[in-house]
Design a protein around this ligand. Sequence first.
Ligand SMILES: C[S@@+](CC[C@H](N)C(=O)[O-])C[C@H]1O[C@@H](n2cnc3c(N)ncnc32)[C@H](O)[C@@H]1O
Ligand code: SF4
Length: 403
Amino acid sequence: MGNPANHNSGTTQTRCVGPIQQMAADTDALQFSGKAVSPICHLYVHIPFCARICPYCAFYKDLLDRSQTSRFCEAVLHELDQQRAAFAISPETIYFGGGTPTALTTGQLEFLLKRFAQHLDLSSLQEWTIEANPGSVSARKAALLRSLGVTRISLGVQSWNDNLLKLLGREHNARQAEESFRLLRAAEFSNINVDLMFGLPGQTIEQWKLTLEKTIALQPNHISAYCLTYEEDTEFFLRHARGEFRQDVDSDAEFFELAMSTLENASYEHYEISNYARPGFASVHNHAYWLGKDYLGIGPSAVSTVGIQRWQNVCDYRAYMGRVFAGQSPSASSETLTHEMKRTERIALSLRTSDGVPASALKGFTQQTNEFIALGLLQQSNGNLVLTRKGKALADSVAEAFL
Ligand SMILES: C[S@@+](CC[C@H](N)C(=O)[O-])C[C@H]1O[C@@H](n2cnc3c(N)ncnc32)[C@H](O)[C@@H]1O
Ligand code: SF4
C-alpha cells in the first residue's frame, strides 16, 4: 500500500485507472502558487521498475532498464524541487512504493535518499517506508537503507509456497524470501511488513494456513493480507475471462476468516480490512490517507491530493522524465473534488478501519445504518459505526450503500 488509486483489494497503490477527469473548478479551489496551504506532511514516491512483471499486477510498472534508472532518480529529484517550490513540505511520513524501489542499485538508492534527506526538513519524520522485493534485497542494501533513515520495510513475500510463487511469476522462492527477511532484521529493521496474498488459483486452505503460520513464526510487526483481484489488462484477468481461473467468493471469505482468526490469536490487531499490526506498528502513512489528509505523490502515475485538488502524474516514466527535465509539470490529469466526493471517500476508507465512521457522518443514512445493524454487519462503538466480523467480509458492499 502506498498511494491511493485502488481500494478494492486494500492495496491502495498507484495504478493508471484512466484519466482523472477535469471537472468544473470549485470556488474553494486552492491556489498552488505562493505556498498558500499548510505544510504537506505525507509524501509518496513511485519507482516503477521491476525485474520481472507479475501476471496479476495492475500497478504502473515497467521492466527494469538499467540504462534509465540513474536518469530516473535525477528526474524524481527534479520533481521534488518543483513540489518544494509550490508547497511547504514537512514530512511526517515518506513512502517509496512501486514497482520495486529496491530494483534500484545500492548506489542509486543512496543518491536518491541522501538528496531527500538534504532537501527536506525531516525533523518531524515518524515513518519512512520502502517497498522491497525479496529478489532484490542484499545485506549491503538493507544496511544502507537503515543508515539513511528508512524506518520501515514492506516486503512482498505473497506466499511461502514455491508452487504458488511460481504461478504468481515471482522472481523469488520461499527460501530467498526468508533470507531477505533475516537480512532486514540483521540490518536492525524492527518495523517490517510482510505482504501476503490469498484466493490464489488452486490455493488450498491448508496452504494458506501454513503461509500464515510461517509468517507469524518470523514475527514481523505488520502483515498485509490481500485477496487476489483479477485486474483488467493483466494476464490473470485474461485467464480468468477464459475460464482457466475461477474466483470463489465463499472460499475467499474462508481465507479471510482464517487470516483474521490466526493473526488475531497471534496478537496482531486487525486495524484495517487488509492490514494487521502488533500494537504500535499500524502504518502511519496509510492512516493519513484514511483520515483524508493531504499528500503529494512524486514519480510516474503518482496521485496527489491537496485540499480539493487531486492530480495524477503521467503513467509513463519516459514521458515523465521528458516533462520534468523540460521544466514542465508531470501531471497528466486533475480534478476538483466536491465536498460530497471527499465525504463519501472518507466514509468508504474509514469504514475499512477498526475505528469505523463517526455516527454523525452517516446522519443522512439512518435507514441503511439500521438495516446493517439488524443484519449484524455494523455495530455502534464509542459514537462510531464499526464493521462487525461478518461485516468485514462485505466491507465494499456496505460502503457502497453510503455512497
Ligand atoms: C505495489 S505491490 C508490490 C510491491 C512489490 N513490487 C512486490 O511485488 O512485492 C504491493 C502489494 O500489492 C499486492 N497486490 C499486487 N497486485 C495485486 C492483486 N492483483 N490483487 C491483490 N493484491 C495485489 C501484493 O501483495 C503486493 O505486495
Ligand atoms: S514486482 Fe510488484 S509491482 Fe512489480 S509487477 Fe510484480 S507485483 Fe507488480
